[in-house]
Design a protein around this ligand. Structure first.
Ligand code: UDP
Ligand code: MG
Length: 338
């Protein structure tokens, strides 16, 4: 029999007890269909990453893993955010499979796009981006803010694929190289293109969330955009410098004007312009300091080399604790009780 690639579907889950029971069977169905079509190996798996959920998500994942051989789960020691959860899953998968597909667990991304993704991989692509062709099912507010997000990213020099979220196929080969990106502030959408290798796109329609609610309110979107920009580009600094030069020129003109007004004996006008200059320069300085501060802050964080994720449990490993002594006091008390 001809060899087929082993696929691992990586699914980040944060407080998804409502939606997971609905979507998990969909992932399993897709996996078996892809295997039946002869596109992937029968040893393919779905890997759920519990991102420190506060609800029953991890219990559900553990149960899925018990009931289905194809289901696996890892649990992060605490909530670390979507990007870190996806990265944790991908890094866990990279030595155990040939290809990964990361997808949200809420059923918004069309699973049928996976057929085409795997097809493109078989044809030679190492990365396949899932791109939303329409956003009609999102609210007007979500669409507008999302568009603003991409515009801002591009304007600030961060290279991202338009309307591509984190639904993508990445080969194990690319993941080996992605692992070398040791930064702590991660923005996968910007990092994957940096790794390189042949890439393709697949278009799909985005549906509404099957259950539960979105974890990406406007506040988190702005934080993601800001993180993306400052992680990928130094354009804000350049921009601030440009602004600085522009405002200084305006200030110079104002100063000449103020001097002329003073010579003419019009002191009130002179006072106004001075106030203008002070305000302008003060403003510029504050913004510049703020932006510079962001980069310094990031440098500080990067130098710490903190782990990006810590796995506290795996479904395929027994949750046992090793005691220093076999005859530990705890065991003895348990014996007494029984
Ligand atoms: N998610 C996560 N950690 C978080 C927030 C979200 O792992 O801190 C997961 C979530 O379970 C989902 C995916 O990331 O599978 C996308 O989140 P969501 O659907 O809430 O975002 P939206 O699609 O509304 O942008
Ligand atoms: Mg979603």
């Amino acid at each position: 029999m001809e060899a087929r690639p082993v696929l691992w579907i990586v699914v980040p889950c944060y407080n998804e007890e409502k939606v997971l029971p609905l979507t998990a069977p969909m992932f399993l169905k897709k996996l078996s269909q892809l295997a039946e079509d002869g596109k992937i190996s029968r040893n393919s798996r779905v890997l759920f990453v519990n991102d420190g959920s506060g609800d029953r998500t991890w219990e559900i994942i553990r149960q899925l893993a018990e009931e289905h051989e194809e289901c696996l789960g890892i649990c992060q020691s605490r909530n670390r955010g979507h990007q870190n959860a996806v990265l944790a899953g991908l890094m866990e998968a990279k030595d155990r499979c040939d290809i990964t597909i990361s997808i949200d667990c809420d059923g918004q991304d069309d699973l049928n796009a996976m057929d085409e993704m795997v097809e493109k991989y078989l044809q030679g692509a190492e990365v396949v981006y899932g791109v939303r062709s329409r956003r009609e099912t999102d609210t007007w507010f979500k669409r507008t803010t999302a568009l603003a997000f991409y515009r801002l990213m591009h304007g600030m020099g961060a290279e991202v694929v338009y309307n591509h979220a984190d639904y993508r196929l990445i080969s194990a080969k690319v993941l080996q190289h992605l692992a070398d990106f040791e930064e702590v502030n991660i923005f996968l959408r910007g990092m994957v293109p940096l790794v390189g290798f042949p890439a393709e796109t697949v278009y799909y329609e985005r549906n509404v969330r099957l259950a539960g609610k979105s974890h990406y309110p406007l506040r988190k979107m702005i934080a993601l955009a800001f993180n993306g920009i400052t992680s990928l580009s130094v354009k804000p600094i350049t921009l601030i410098t440009t602004f600085g030069i522009g405002f200084s020129l305006v200030g110079l003109i104002l100063m000449i004007w103020a001097v002329i007004q003073a010579i003419l004996g019009n002191t009130v006008a002179g006072w106004t312009s001075t106030v203008c200059i002070i305000c302008l320069l003060g403003g510029i300085q504050l913004i510049s300091l703020g932006v510079l501060g962001q980069y310094i802050g990031k440098t500080y964080l990067e130098t710490k080399h903190r782990p990006r994720y810590i796995i506290s449990a795996r479904t395929w490993e027994k949750e046992t604790r090793r005691w220093i002594e076999d005859d530990s006091p705890r065991e003895r008390t348990e014996e007494k009780q029984t």
